[in-house]
Design a protein around this ligand. Sequence first.
Ligand SMILES: [Zn+2]
Length: 385
Amino acid sequence: MGSFLQFPVLIARTGQEQAPQGEDTYYIIGKNGTFLHKRTGIVEALIPVPDIPQLASVETWAELDVPRIPLALFAQVWHFFREIYKKMHSEAVALLFYDESTRQWFVEIPEQRVQGAGVHYDDRAQKPGCVKAGTIHSHCDFQAGHSGGDQRDERHFDGLHITIGHVPDAHPTVSVCVAVNGFRFMKSVDDYLEGVRMGEYEVEVFASPKFHRRKVHNTQPNRGPKHYQKGVGYKTPGFVSAVVDLMFSPWVPISTEPPSTMESLPDPVPPPTRTVRMQKGVCVDFPEGTVLSDYGFPDEWISRVYRYIPPAPVHVQVVTPVTWSSPTNMAHARRGSSRGHWNDEDWMAETGFDLLKDLPPPLEAETDPPPDTDPNQPPPPKEKS
Ligand SMILES: [Zn+2]
């Protein structure tokens, strides 16, 4: 028992452990959690507690004893994902295998059914001499990350799980995690990927200069407009002011004749200006002179991917006769407060309604034939000629 501990801590190995002599307060750690024994006055109890405040916190972590995945292998998979996205507008998955004796990474493409936001694959794939060490899957043209479905998949698959999003872009989004027993530990991209890092890169921005700053000669600073829309020139900003300006503006006759001088035309809209700004994101350092399309992949990878076609929705139309209301409802309406005086015979005699004979026909259900085209499917990707 450590001197730093204010109270004894027992490990319940058999459940028959003796309580510490002369201690009213102590902890027991058992299969089903941590418990506190206390005796104060007339109360004695053993109750569950979330933690033992006197103990130190334990940080969880997980790492794989592997070298980083080579850039060429990552590029091959990314290129494959991009081609699948172009052909099927779908995600796809690759399995990572690792040879512990040679410390080499390999990729296998399992048979898979893919769709825009999901992929189901045959997880029985094995590679002789290798351990199945993780997955890489794509997120089409949206953000990489680990969705709820991804996390469920990782629960039973200890290893490295990588997601590549925005696959058509030059700078994809990449998410890397190590999952163990369903616990996920997010990693930096360069922890497990060679030649891939977070960095800054230039993006082109085209701005349309709609408003022009003009120097306003105003004797009263901080009053009045600072920005004029070119060619319009409101005297005061705001809707009310615009209406007032319109009311008091000189009347201009509408003419079908073209204006006599160019001066009366509004200023032409200037072309958008191109600027460059820096953006933070994933940078892939391809060796000099190579681009992603240089990293070819086996043709059979594509042949293992099938676009998932969900079954056509079945439309069931329930037909209810509008003129019929339930005898019970009619009875309630008739009965009012004189419930005791009502019976079926009275009701049938008055209404001529026979419960057994006059019930409406059974409800009919109509089933639409499946349509030729599935409205849930996105349009097929455009083929480049
Ligand atoms: Zn995912």
